[in-house]
Design a protein around this ligand. Sequence first.
Ligand SMILES: Cc1ncc(COP(=O)(O)O)c(C=O)c1O
Length: 445
Amino acid sequence: MASQSPERNEIEQLDRKYTLGTWTRQQDFDPTQIVDTDGPRLVTADGTSILDFSSQYVCTSLGYDADRVADAVAEQVRSVPYVSPGWSTEPRARLSEKLAEITPGSLQKTFYSTSGTEANEVAFKIARAYTGKHKILSRYRSYHGATAASLSASGDPRRVAQGPEIQPEVPGMIKGPDPYAYGSSLDPAESLAYIDEMLKLEGGTVAGVLVEPLVGSNGVLTPPDDYLPQLQQIAHDHGAVLICDEVMTGFGRTGEWFASTLYDAEPDIITMAKGLTGSYQPLAATTVTEEIAEYFEDTLLNQGHTFAGHPTACAAGVAAIETYEREGLIENAREIGQYLTSKLESLVERHPSVGERRGIGLHQGLELTRSEKERVPFEARADKVSSSTTVLDEVGADALANGVYFYTSVNTIVVTPPLTITEQAVDEAVDVLDEALEISDAAME
Ligand SMILES: Cc1ncc(COP(=O)(O)O)c(C=O)c1O
């Protein structure tokens, strides 16, 4: 994390003085003011234009020119800006119908909340009530949210950093290995067998197996093609439901509406947020199968939020889905994703410090290494929660100084542009990254 910049304008200084920054020591909180946006670009107060190849937190999937969404929000604010969830509104009904249509398998009914974190918390409650069991099995390289249960379910370094004096971990959250051939001593098939063994030994006490189909902020990990359906079978064999956390991968990022579809899996529960509205409004959803929904016909669904199914947010969701459809953005993610893959592979060829490219569509990452012979990370997992500046931070800072923003996380440069991205913009970003990677090449052993 960079130290504070010497020159900050009035807004940046006010923000710094009165706002507590997220996931950071406050001495490192030094935000740059954004005053405008343009397609995939951000404009800072001093007029600098930045091509955003992260989609912020992998969420502004529509870029910044989605007029249909902006108009839908404005119209809804003027007609019915808010009613509590016990009333019906057109945007919520239309969005729920649409989600039943685009989600895989028999997923049919949706519970709304406002963040990916809450969507997962809701999924845990539903899985527990439905199965009558209490444990949630997730994986070590994962992030599922910031609150007590969702952070306890995350394998992320942020869970490890949070000692019991701040938030004791929620009981019953157990972790298995990930299919991560490059960075783990288990091969992907062994990791599945390990989870099977865990479920056996837990003796039928696991309610849900929770995974990101393609891991996001813990390194952009791509599973083998047959991994997810096999995992689903294993979960079902032990009486657990499969919960796919598609908060990051949902809404076309991998070239399919949902990454579960990519792998021919039909999860029992899917959680989503981010791309659901292209982040024009905060909205999250937990969609369950017809069978699970039916269970709650005469069982209390003991959950609710003031802003559940907020009409303005749902209006943004309907308009966002229409935008993905009408502008062919999911096909674009697939096609430009192939172009991006070939460009990133050329960086693997050219730069000895790029150990591996992973990902599908516009959900890609480059993992760096200090050694050409084996994986020796520049960044330890604990660096995600430290104040130290790593080689990856330096690569990111260099790219930013040359006009392109990349998010870096656990030794990986995450490459996740909006779905509206063009080949020309890919060329621009990859050229800048090409130059920045000379820093990591020079830092090798
Ligand atoms: C896979 C995944 N699940 C859950 C979350 C939590 O979502 P939110 O930050 O909206 O609470 C995130 C956030 O990055 C995520 O990537």
